[in-house]
Write a protein that binds this ligand. Structure first.
Ligand code: FRU
Length: 588
């Protein structure tokens, strides 16, 4: 009898504790119903609030997308929007997890016909692509079609930190200025939309239509797998293929970033895919069914982190085709965090073989050029291999001091094979279109620098967007260089060290640096000793890209000065050097 009573008590108390747990969970789930009468629902976001999950039910339909967002707790740092224009007159229910119905964030969701924010915030670049608002990382699906360069990109429309990967979309006719288009691909039941590429299916191999634009991307759900979607209206709308995924996950956690091109010689589509710390190649006749061909990367190059975002690119060198394999890696870059290494070799339609070169070789030794790949379908009479990278680094990308948006892309750059005097390299240099951005030129007299020379006024109305061109001749200087400076003693230093054979950038005094511990560190690149270095620097508010000898050496850095840097100081630490043909261009 006693045992029975005890058992009964135990049962009742278990039941009660289960009920009370349910209650707590209920208390942390909130549902809010909105009768829509405006174009947008505006949601308040606080960058330091914890992420919660939210699901939107339109007209009581089952929600398809789980949105992770930092719904504000006490104040809105900024707002994001849900476009509800098509639901005017009906009801929308939003379910929140770990959120109280009466929490500040839920109560303050508002309806509006406008979505307004300060687009021209301090560090908004002027001639580099940046997302209108929200977070951006890798460039995706870059493809040219009928006069338009398409740029898709990893995009979070619900916050300025990495989350909820969509493909954002923009187009340009000149690679300099961009028009924002609506999001191209949104998460679905297979997962969020990670990086990938796009091709024009000229021969309708997939059956989606002649000249269909086909996007090949990673579905990042419980596992990573490869999917496709197509557009027959020049990328304006995409339909996901019902047979997705086209390459299911074979048991490799890091299995992503498909980059596809048509290989004439073997008459098939070739996909390069990042598979943990190697690149796997796949072949296909129709973009839908894929065969694994080979794998590259064991025991060669840098392996300090996971391999990502490959691109296999044919480049002409002295009338012969050399194949370049770009591989982004994070961490493990030469100066910490993320960077893009490359291999030069041959590809026979099945296997990539790398030439013997002093690997790892890096496309850009700066800390802020990652996940870059090339455009597909560039017309034959143009023939350029045009590259664009993400101008940030996973070490600190989520914390850089911008407000409504985060990150920008590099300028479009042309890839070539060059000889740097020691070995072959892949040079990357701004496409010629960037020269049309030059608005006003101010030529400066040549200088011979024995200690220091300061050009105190680069431009009369310097808005922080300019370009410097000059030739530096080391003469007998050991360590020399130049700095961009402002009146607040902030400086960005570019240093040539002929004694150690290194070129470096130092940004620890460049303005805001302590938003992340790993940001202030400098960056070094091997420098081949020469009598003259042709230098070109593109500055756009919060970024500087330096190209030495037409991009044989390239470094990209972001920086956050609290006042425009309008002074150029040349210095040497012994010996003298000259700076010749100095030109400063204001950029439109
Ligand atoms: C590279 C990367 C890719 C991935 C994407 C996710 O920066 O990690 O490998 O597809 O970002 O946003």
């Amino acid at each position: 009898m006693k045992t029975t009573t005890n058992l009964l008590i135990l049962f009742l108390s278990l039941l009660m504790s289960a009920c009370s747990q349910n209650k707590t969970q209920d208390a942390h789930k909130a549902s809010a119903v909105f009768s829509i009468n405006s174009n947008y629902l505006l949601l308040p976001i606080e960058d330091n609030a914890p992420e919660i999950k939210m699901q939107v039910k339109y007209n009581d339909e089952q929600p398809v997308e789980v949105i992770n967002l930092r719904l504000a707790h006490v104040k809105a740092d900024y707002w994001v929007k849900l476009d509800v224009a098509n639901y005017k007159g009906s009801k929308i229910t939003i379910d929140f997890e770990n959120t109280d119905k009466n929490s500040w964030g839920v109560i303050n969701i508002k309806q509006s016909d406008k979505f307004e924010f300060d687009y021209n915030e301090t560090y908004r670049p002027q001639f580099h692509f940046s997302p209108e608002y929200g977070w951006m990382n890798d460039p995706n699906g870059m493809v040219y079609l009928d006069g338009e360069y398409h740029l898709f990109y990893q995009y979070n429309p619900y916050g300025t930190k990495w989350q909820n990967m969509h493909w954002g979309h923009a187009v340009s006719t000149d690679l300099n200025s961009w028009t924002y288009l609506p999001v191209a691909l949104a998460p679905d039941s297979l997962g969020t939309i990670f990086s990938g590429s796009a091709v024009i299916d000229v021969n309708n191999t997939a059956g989606f239509g002649k000249n269909a634009m086909v996007a090949i991307y990673t579905s990042a759900g419980r596992v990573q797998s490869q999917s496709i979607a197509y557009s027959t209206d020049k990328g304006r709308t995409f339909t996901k293929y019902e047979g997705n995924p086209v390459i299911p996950n074979p048991g490799i956690p890091d299995f992503r970033d498909p980059k596809v091109f048509w290989h004439n010689e073997s008459n098939q589509w070739i996909m390069s895919l990042a598979t943990k710390q190697t690149i796997s190649f796949y072949g296909s006749a129709n973009l839908k069914s894929w065969t694994r061909l080979s794998e590259f990367g064991d025991g060669i190059g840098s392996h300090g982190g996971v391999w990502e975002c490959p691109d296999l690119v044919p480049l002409d060198y002295n009338g012969k085709t050399k194949w370049v394999l770009l591989v982004s890696i994070n961490p493990g870059g030469p100066n910490g965090g993320s960077a893009t290494q490359y291999f030069i070799g041959d590809f026979d339609g099945k296997t990539f073989r790398a030439d013997a070169l002093p690997y790892p070789l890096w496309l850009d030794y700066g800390r802020d050029n990652y996940a870059g790949v090339t455009w597909s379908n560039i017309p034959e009479n143009d023939g350029r291999k045009i590259f664009m990278g993400w101008m940030s680094n996973w070490d600190y990308a989520n914390n850089v001091p911008t407000h409504n948006f985060r990150s920008a892309m590099t300028v479009a750059r042309e890839l070539k094979i060059a000889n740097n005097g020691k070995h072959l390299v892949v040079s990357n240099y701004p496409v010629s279109e960037t020269k049309t951005l030059r608005a006003l030129e101010s030529a400066k007299k040549d200088v011979v620098v024995e200690k220091e020379v300061v050009l105190s006024n680069l431009l009369d109305k310097n808005k922080g967007t300019y370009e410097i061109e000059m030739t530096l001749k080391p003469q007998n200087a050991g360590i020399f260089g130049f700095m961009l400076q402002n009146s607040k003693n902030e400086e960005l230093e570019f240093r040539f060290d002929m004694t150690t054979g290194f070129f470096s950038i130092h940004r620890h005094k460049s303005g805001l640096v302590d938003f992340e511990g790993r940001f202030a560190a400098g960056m070094n690149a091997p420098l081949v000793k020469k009598d003259a270095y042709k230098v070109r620097v593109l500055v756009d508010k919060a970024s500087a890209e330096i190209f030495i000898n037409e991009g044989e050496l390239a470094l990209t850095t972001i920086f956050f000065p609290t006042e425009v840097m309008n002074k150029l100081k040349f210095y040497t630490k012994g010996g003298k050097f000259s700076a010749e043909h100095i030109k400063i261009y204001q950029i439109k």
